[in-house]
Design a protein around this ligand. Structure first.
Ligand SMILES: Nc1nc2c(ncn2[C@@H]2O[C@H](COP(=O)(O)OP(=O)(O)OP(=O)(O)O)[C@@H](O)[C@H]2O)c(=O)[nH]1
Ligand SMILES: [Mg+2]
Length: 1142
């Protein structure tokens, strides 16, 4: 436990004003864990000599081997700043993108963050991502610029150059926060304005609309008013520390201001303001003056701060000047041990000096205590954000729920304060490592007792041996008994030890891993054994309150409320890195571990004693799980173990997904290759304990249609010929009997299909959506999902309180779609969107182009109030079976005809939809029946009679509609099943055929990666990228270094082993991180066959060598067990000559 006793920490936990919950965030390898080591060493938990080498918080073996952190882990530290004592709950987080979900779980529990930036690499992609996450969760950051030693030793900058370099880094970081801040201010302002507007509208109901529309929105106003200086990082604000974690030093301006104010007699406040910036010391005038740059003078920071450090490095590391070192040591007043002075590695001496002169832990911890907020300072805004789920407005929550906000803000540990806890992840620990199962150290007496026992046993054994020997010598019997005796003794000894190690019962073995919840108390005091409510993400406090009394407790017997369960917190732990300490109770404001929740909490949860508490907003995950593999046990009989193991893995990892596909495969979805590897290791060694085999990564694709291309594969202009070719192809299929008599395709691409009972016909056309629209829909899937929820509740007659911000976002989406879908083809398209799909929020559109069918628009929630209800009720009623059309579309969009992958960027426009209502004779007979169905029947008749070209009904045309109907009527119910089902199938088929009538393409998932490499290895990096079909977007030189930054995109399908290959080819100098970025159409047509002379010449007869899309498509089809149109030719040449000879 280091210097600080458990009792002391327990005492500190009671004083929230002196608690700081903070996490360390940065890009991968910028030194988070190394810095954490230094902080941990300051508490005596590890030796300060090992700080930076041990990486104490990387407790997993693979973390140590790979040298990257893979999970967030917490440790509680004690720090005394002057008289005041602080408790710091520190969480180290991983920087690798694959584990960014672990960052989200850490950030949620904190009030502040230390953001680390590498002094050489500067702001990297993950730095931006973590700053954004800190913003999203409203937590305050402080900055540590780490690896300062690299500026001196590696880059060999002078102190003046280093100063300029550091200034640039600060600018970069502030630029990132600046953009975040600006967008936030604008958003807030827009919201405020909107609220004002709404109020005004309420007041003057009638004129309001005209007024509101004209308001000019002055965006700059908000920015000028708001003071944002405290948001930026600046050394003079005291929120920046310069450090070298590996050498154990770090400082803030304050420290030097303090030193020099004593030495030079300048007031500390003056130094604080001038030590960073364009100031210099005028020695003659004994004044600090502005304008160092213009006059060519050394800025104060260089003269008073950096120069000292530079000369120390120079003396110790570069020149190894013993005398000078000794002089410096005495002038700094530090004590260095003789063995450090003599050590062959100068770094040892250096860190011995630096860690006394400018200990990094002191600089960082005092900054943290001074600048980061305590749990008491939680902003009201953050509380509201945590408590209002999704689109719900905070003030639409029940009153009791709103009152809980006070409990939050007070962070009270009083007896009556409701308990509110958030669990951000579940992590597994070895059951044997739990404190209650651990062997406690023996006391002196016990040791003596045991020693005595052992001595006695030894003596006994000696005695029996002697006896045996003497016995044997007396009996003179052969060697058998001699051998038998000790052997027998051995056996008994073994038996003894076996008895001790008695094979554990099955159950115990099963519970080898125990799950502990990583949590924070926001209000109240949690006690061991306390009963609490566990609130699922969909729990609705209004519903809960209506079913339960407000002050019921979780230990009562209660009626079943949806998404609410009761659980008891069996044990509470203090998280101490690799160790856990048992606690009896934990007051508000602390981070803790809770045992005994594994049955009720899957990954995260909200826990409370009050049923009025709402579930917290879900965590923001930045990474999308994209790499999937199918997993099998090596021995099929071990399937149950695998299933259990995968369940445990799912619980233990915030981001991994485990699912069983329709094909029956057990599939694991992870964020990237490194993450995948870790999950497989965990599954093999911890959760399932069996040999497993994983398939090659399953690469996702999307299917889409495009506009007909203008040039062919050899870049020749295409005329109408291509279009004709496609149609020709489909016709051919038809003549081969693939098209049934109910299906008709017209040359423009319209597919009409009639249900088997001949009662309903749908006509569908597939149109390629413009790329920007697809991208927009893809990006707003959350919003579309919310929109769908709102529509659903409107349809059911409920009203959902939607926050103005959400409404505004929906209106924005609509406006954007309108501006993107221009032209004759898309006239009125946005208004007549029927649905999005697949799963109702995907990037495909179903369009209602049926003449005479007015249905409520998907945007109906934008028309406010009762107006919508009335207007919708009259003119736009839903036809019967409206839902079947939507379902058919959803199914079609979920798996396309190319290789059963989801569709993307396709618009299905329904141009015909005829139903003959004879399937419901009661409607037909009563003319005053339901208006909707009457309309449908009229409409149906009209088309059936008016058009003789309905080809899908060959006999029907001659027999006339009435006859056809009668015949169908006879058969419809008993032989074809319910109409809705038939319609779904017909719609799905129609969509698939319509899709096939257009030029089809595959879309590949793309990664972006930023690679930092030196000029020497640049060529090799390009080589690897080229081989893997990567495309370089841009390349620039990083200022002040000899590094190049290359930004490239790379298909996911080609990415496996990419990072490793780059690392190998560049001898570890460049290591890229892959982040999923977008979907991209593969330009080659998988169905392409050469048609012109040139194409034959270029690609040969079969033309499958160059067709990457075909390869991908066939691979997917083969994996799914679908038919692959492919000839396997063993002796190609021979067959060819044969055919030629014929
Ligand atoms: N030169 C130098 N190297 C450092 C410094 N701090 C850390 N390193 C090295 O940088 C590497 C990465 O350090 P870590 O502490 O593991 O980095 P991290 O940010 O925890 O990395 P992840 O957790 O994987 O994101 C290690 O090899 C450290 O020795 C420093 O101040 N100077
Ligand atoms: Mg780390």
């Amino acid at each position: 436990m280091g210097h600080t006793s458990l009792d002391k920490i327990i005492a500190l936990q009671r004083n929230p004003a002196n608690i700081r919950n903070l996490c360390i965030l940065a890009h991968v390898d910028h030194g988070k864990t190394t810095l954490a080591d230094c902080l941990v060493a300051s508490n005596g938990i590890i030796s300060s000599r090992l700080a930076g080498k041990l990486r104490y918080l990387d407790s997993r073996e693979d973390e140590q081997i790979r040298g990257i952190t893979m999970k967030s882990s917490a440790i509680s530290l004690h720090y005394a700043l002057g008289e005041t004592e602080y408790l710091l709950n520190l969480i180290d987080s991983p920087g690798h993108v694959d584990f960014s979900s672990e960052v989200s779980t850490a950030v949620r529990l904190c009030d502040g963050a230390i953001v680390i930036v590498d002094a050489v690499e500067g702001v990297c992609p993950q730095t931006q991502a973590v700053l954004r996450q800190a913003w999203l969760e409203n937590i305050r950051p402080v900055l540590v610029i780490n690896k300062m030693d690299r500026l001196i030793v590696e880059l060999k900058l002078t102190s003046q150059e280093a100063y300029t370099h550091l200034q640039k880094i600060l600018e970069q970081v502030n630029a990132v926060t600046g953009t975040l801040f600006t967008s936030k201010v604008l958003e807030e302002r827009a919201e405020k304005e909107k609220e004002e507007k709404e109020e005004k509208e309420k007041r003057e109901e009638k004129e309001s609309e005209a007024l509101g529309g004209d308001q000019v929105y002055d965006w700059s106003a908000g920015l000028e008013e708001t003071d944002d200086s405290h948001l930026y990082f600046s050394p003079d604000q005291g929120n920046v520390v310069f450090a070298s974690a590996i050498d154990g030093w770090g400082f803030s301006i304050q420290q030097f201001a303090h030193i020099y104010s004593q030495r030079m007699g300048i007031r500390a406040e003056v130094l604080l303001k001038t030590l960073w910036g364009d100031f210099y010391l005028n020695a003659k005038a004994k004044k600090i003056m502005k304008g160092a740059q213009v006059r060519g003078k050394k800025p104060l920071f260089v003269q008073l701060v950096l120069d000292n450090i530079w000369s120390l490095y120079d003396a110790v590391v570069t020149r190894r000047d013993k005398e000078k070192v000794e002089k410096m040591v005495t002038s700094l007043g530090v004590k260095v041990m003789a063995r450090d002075l003599r050590h062959s590695d100068p770094k040892v001496l250096l860190s011995a000096i630096c860690s006394q002169w400018l200990p990094v832990s002191q600089a960082v911890l005092s900054m943290v205590c001074e600048k980061l907020p305590s749990p008491l300072d939680m902003a009201a805004e953050r509380v509201e954000k945590l408590m209002s789920v999704g689109a719900r407005r905070f003030d639409s929550l029940p009153e009791q729920t709103q009152e809980l906000k006070r409990a939050f803000l007070q962070c009270s540990s009083g007896e009556n304060a409701p308990v509110i806890v958030f669990v951000s992840k579940m992590f597994a620990v070895d059951t044997k490592a739990l404190p209650q199962n651990k062997q406690r150290p023996l006391t002196q007496e016990e040791i003596a007792q045991r020693r005595e026992l052992a001595r006695q046993r030894h003596a006994d054994r000696m005695a029996t041996n002697q006896q045996a020997e003497s016995h044997e010598s007396h009996a003179q019997s052969g060697s058998t008994s001699q051998a038998a005796q000790p052997a027998g003794d051995n056996i008994t000894a073994q038996m003894e030890s076996l008895a001790v190690k008695e094979p554990k019962p099955e159950e115990e073995e099963e519970r080898k891993e125990t799950f502990i919840a990583f949590a924070r108390v926001y209000s109240g005091v949690v006690r061991r054994g306390q009963k609490v409510f566990v609130l699922g993400p969909k729990y609705d406090p209004a519903q809960g309150l209506s079913m339960l009394s407000e002050d019921c407790s979780a230990s009562d017997s209660l009626p079943a409320v949806p998404h609410l369960s009761c659980c008891s917190m069996e044990s509470l732990y203090l998280l101490m890195g690799r160790e856990l300490e048992e606690l009896k109770e934990v007051p508000s404001g602390n981070v803790l571990g809770i045992g005994g929740l594994e049955e009720c909490v899957l990954k995260s949860a909200t826990i409370s004693t009050s049923p009025a508490c709402p579930p917290f907003t879900p965590l923001n995950f930045e990474a999308t799980p994209i790499v999937r593999v199918a997993i099998e046990p090596k021995h099929p009989s071990e399937m149950p173990k695998l299933v259990r193991g995968m369940r445990l893995l799912n619980q233990a990892d915030p981001c991994a997904e485990v699912l069983i596909q329709e094909t029956g495969e057990h599939v694991l979805v992870t964020a990237g290759e490194v993450h995948l590897q870790r999950c497989l290791d965990d599954l093999r060694d911890r959760f399932a304990n069996i040999e497993i085999s994983a398939s090659k990564p399953i690469i996702p694709f999307r299917e889409t249609v495009v506009r007909p291309p203008k040039v062919d594969m050899v870049n020749e202009d295409l005329g109408k010929q291509q279009k004709v070719a496609i149609i020709h192809q489909v016709k051919e299929e038809a003549s081969q009997g693939r098209l049934s008599d109910t299906l008709h395709l017209d040359p423009s691409g319209l597919v009409t299909l009639t249900t088997p009972n001949r009662l309903a016909t749908v006509g569908v056309r597939a149109i390629a959506l413009p790329q920007e629209v697809t991208r927009l829909l893809e990006g707003s899937s959350e919003l579309v999902r919310t929109l769908e929820q709102v529509n659903m509740s409107l349809r059911e007659g409920r009203r959902l309180e939607v926050s103005p911000r959400t409404l505004e976002a929906i209106a924005g989406l609509k406006a954007q779609l309108e501006s993107l879908l221009q032209g004759r083809k898309w006239r009125n398209a946005v208004e007549s969107i029927w649905a999005f799909g697949p799963r109702r929020y995907g990037p495909n559109i179903l369009l209602n182009s049926v003449e005479g069918y007015q249905r409520p628009s998907v945007w109906q929630c934008l028309v406010r109030g009762e107006k919508a209800g009335e207007a919708g009720g009259q003119a736009a009623a839903l036809r019967d079976f409206d839902n079947s059309i939507v379902s058919g579309f959803q199914l079609a969009a979920l798996s396309g005809p190319m290789c059963e992958e989801p569709l993307m960027g396709v618009c299905f426009s329904v141009e015909r939809w005829d139903i003959q209502s004879s399937s419901q004779p009661q409607h037909q007979d009563s003319p005053e029946g339901d208006p909707a169905s009457r309309e449908a029947s009229v409409d149906g008749k009209a088309t059936a009679e008016g058009t003789s070209e309905i080809p899908a009904r060959p006999e029907g045309v001659t027999a006339g509609p009435s006859q056809a109907r009668r015949r169908a009527e006879a058969g419809s119910v008993d032989c074809y099943g319910p109409v809705s089902g038939q319609l779904i199938a017909a719609m799905k088929e129609a969509c698939r055929h319509a899709f096939q009538a257009q030029p089809q393409r595959l879309m590949a998932a793309m990664y972006t990666c930023e690679i930092m490499a030196t000029a020497e290895v640049l060529g090799r990096v390009y080589g690897v990228l080229g081989k893997r079909e990567g495309r370089v977007l841009h390349e620039e030189m990083k200022e002040g270094t000899d590094m190049f930054i290359i930004k490239a995109v790379l298909p996911v399908a080609e990415s496996f082993g990419f990072a490793d290959e780059i690392r190998k080819r560049t001898s570890g100098l460049a290591s890229p991180q892959l982040v999923f970025s977008h979907w991209e159409v593969i330009s080659s047509d998988p169905y392409w066959v050469p048609t012109t002379e040139e194409e034959y010449l270029h690609f040969g007869e079969k033309a499958d060598s160059a067709n990457q899309a075909l390869k991908y498509m066939n691979a997917v089809r083969r994996r799914k067990g679908l038919y692959v149109e492919e000839k396997i030719v063993e002796h190609a040449e021979k067959q060819r000559t044969l055919s030629k000879n014929k």
